[in-house]
Design a protein around this ligand. Sequence first.
Ligand code: GLU
Length: 303
Amino acid sequence: MPDPVLGVSEKILPAYRGRFAPSPTGPLHLGSVVAALASFLDARAAGGTWLVRMEDLDPPREVPGAASDILHTLENLHLFWDETVVYQSRRSDAYAEALDKLAQQNLLYPCHCSRLQLAGQIVYPGTCRKLAMHSSQGAAIRCEVWPQLLAFTDRLQGHYQQQLETDVGDFVLLRKDGWFAYQLAVVVDDGWQAVTDVVRGCDLLDSTPRQIFLQQRLGLPQPRYAHIPVIINQQGQKLGKQQFARPVDAQAASQVLWRALDHLLQTPDPRLQQEHPSIILEWAVQHWQPDMLQGHGEITEHP
Ligand code: GLU
């Protein structure tokens, strides 16, 4: 019998599960702390579970020691996760299984095009589309898309849509160097970890339709999405390793949390900076107002 007070939907809704999914390409900088904190606060304010997943699927870009450095920094910031950290480098079987499922739907083909051949092309022209999967030795594997509008409503950025074939084109799921692509791994793991809410930087907004496309093909539920602004420096560049963004000082946890909250437009009282990280986080969970970020794609770093 449906509960007359709660209604049916509230009873069957899965409990909130959120995640922070850093790539271990360097220490956390302000931009990545902002993403970690936003997903943490959103999960805690909903009484949900918060996970950390290490997206270590790109060895050429990884920095030795960065994964443990990131985890230590999160601990210093009192951003404690709830379940064992998942390392994508140990999940190859699951990604291979997903690839197999897509192959059975005749969606995949090997692509032998070189970087040089594709230079300057934003949308893959479909050169290898006719190739059969048995010639995939040493090739990348692409997923075929077709003229289809993929739209979703982001909690912060509102309506977003892409016409996959003309905006993105057939995309890579297995790289030539043998590593699984981010788009596949993220979908498989969000599904496997039963993630209900993805809170991450706006730089991934344009990846989301591809991820929804894969969720549909793999029969996985679609999480809710909230894309928070990326932090840019005074020159307008996104903070990241490429711009040599300064790592946050994990020893100054209270100041780092306060700055991250300030950049998340949560207007923290300056006096909070003197408090212990756990007090700051308690305040931040109680006062979490994601709507302050509505429509903001970028926020410029300031002291
Ligand atoms: N690993 C990705 C990054 O560090 C984030 C992936 C995601 O949140 O979906 O940019």
